[in-house]
Design a protein around this ligand. Structure first.
Ligand SMILES: O=C(O)CCC(=O)C(=O)O
Length: 336
């Protein structure tokens, strides 16, 4: 995937904003124009407090890790090497972590929206979906959700290099939802306004001009990325913004905005947050299997006529057919 693939896959809103700002100015909301300029927008106090209470209750009810359950066996985790080597929540005690609150920075619970209605409702809450619908020009689709107890302490990066399981890379945005008021000592989110407006020559070369990171990237190239972004930031004169939200606020960032998690000043502080990445529905991998060219076909694969399905046959015929099949199978095997 080369820079021009990314640039030609940008949303119509962004392409218009880059090429014909006066036209974009007549079509899009002031919030969208702000986002297209800065690569980020903050909506103060828009997340429903009942919804936040519901997710709090679900997270509190995640029993201590020592009392594992099937759910814990399924909830994937990610983050620093020791975390993602544990893979699922149930394995954390092997690392000496028996309570999520004891885990150091970087632990992410993956895709809690698959297990908790509260997390799904939060990912699809109205202020997020309304805004992304305008950005993508069609319904947004959730790619992944991440739940953090503490800072990610994640180094500076742009999401499009890492989150790329969708069809048009330029259709990518994320929501950062604080689950509590965030202290400046808790390792808050940092970002650089305007850093999403990359030109073709400003992309990091991960491999032969390619713009995507992979687990196979050689360590030297991976290490060079952070340095590259630091240099770009210095050259462009972009300055850092630190996000210190209150519970109820919402931040949406562009998939190319440079951002990261700052180091924790006080390691005992939590920084509970819920982060969701989205693309447009038509680009989502789950929908991709229904794509036919630029169209969508939801028809089910053809099935056997009802009367030919085994369950509609009288059971003695089914078992007779089964016995005959086994016999044939034995004959073929003996013959071979
Ligand atoms: O919340 C953070 O510290 C960073 C999250 C992040 O970078 C991401 O999910 O892409």
């Amino acid at each position: 995937m080369l820079p021009h693939h990314y640039l030609s896959s940008l949303t119509l809103a962004e392409r218009l904003h880059r090429q014909k700002p006066e036209v974009a100015g007549q079509i899009y909301s002031p919030e969208m124009l702000h986002f297209l300029r800065d690569g980020v927008i903050i909506f103060p106090q828009v997340i429903d407090s009942d919804l936040l209470d519901r997710i709090d209750a679900d997270l509190d009810a995640l029993p201590r890790l020592a009392q594992t359950s099937l759910l814990h066996g399924m909830i994937g985790i990610d983050g620093k090497v020791d975390h993602y080597e544990a893979r699922v929540l149930r394995n954390l005690p092997k690392l000496g972590i028996t309570d999520l609150r004891q885990a150091g920075p970087g632990l992410k619970l993956n895709d809690l929206h698959r297990y908790f209605d509260s997390a799904r409702d939060l990912a699809f809450s109205e202020p997020i979906i309304r805004f992304l619908d305008e950005l993508f020009g069609s319904a947004p689709a959730l790619i992944q959700s991440l739940t953090f107890w503490k800072s990610s302490e994640q180094s500076l990066h742009q999401d499009f290099s890492y989150v790329h399981h969708h069809k048009r890379l330029g259709h990518l945005a994320a929501a950062w939802i604080p689950l509590e008021d965030i202290s400046d000592q808790a390792g808050p989110l940092v970002y650089y306004k305007g850093s999403h407006l990359l030109e073709g020559h400003q992309f990091y070369d991960w491999h032969q001009g390619g713009i995507l990171a992979s687990r196979d990237t050689d360590p030297q190239t991976a290490a060079g990325y952070g340095q590259y972004l630091e240099t770009l930031i210095r050259q462009q004169g972009w300055s850092p913004s630190i996000y210190l939200p209150r519970r109820g606020d919402l931040l949406i960032w562009h998939g190319a905005l440079i951002h990261g998690g700052t180091p924790m000043g006080d390691p005992s502080l939590t920084r509970r947050s819920y982060v969701c990445h989205y693309t447009a529905a038509a680009n989502h991998k789950a929908l991709a299997r229904h794509r036919v060219g630029e169209g969508v076909d939801f028809s089910e694969p053809p099935t056997l006529p009802e009367m030919m399905r085994p369950r509609s046959l009288p059971s003695r015929l089914v078992s007779a057919a089964g016995r005959r099949m086994q016999q044939l199978f034995r004959e073929v095997r003996n013959h071979a």
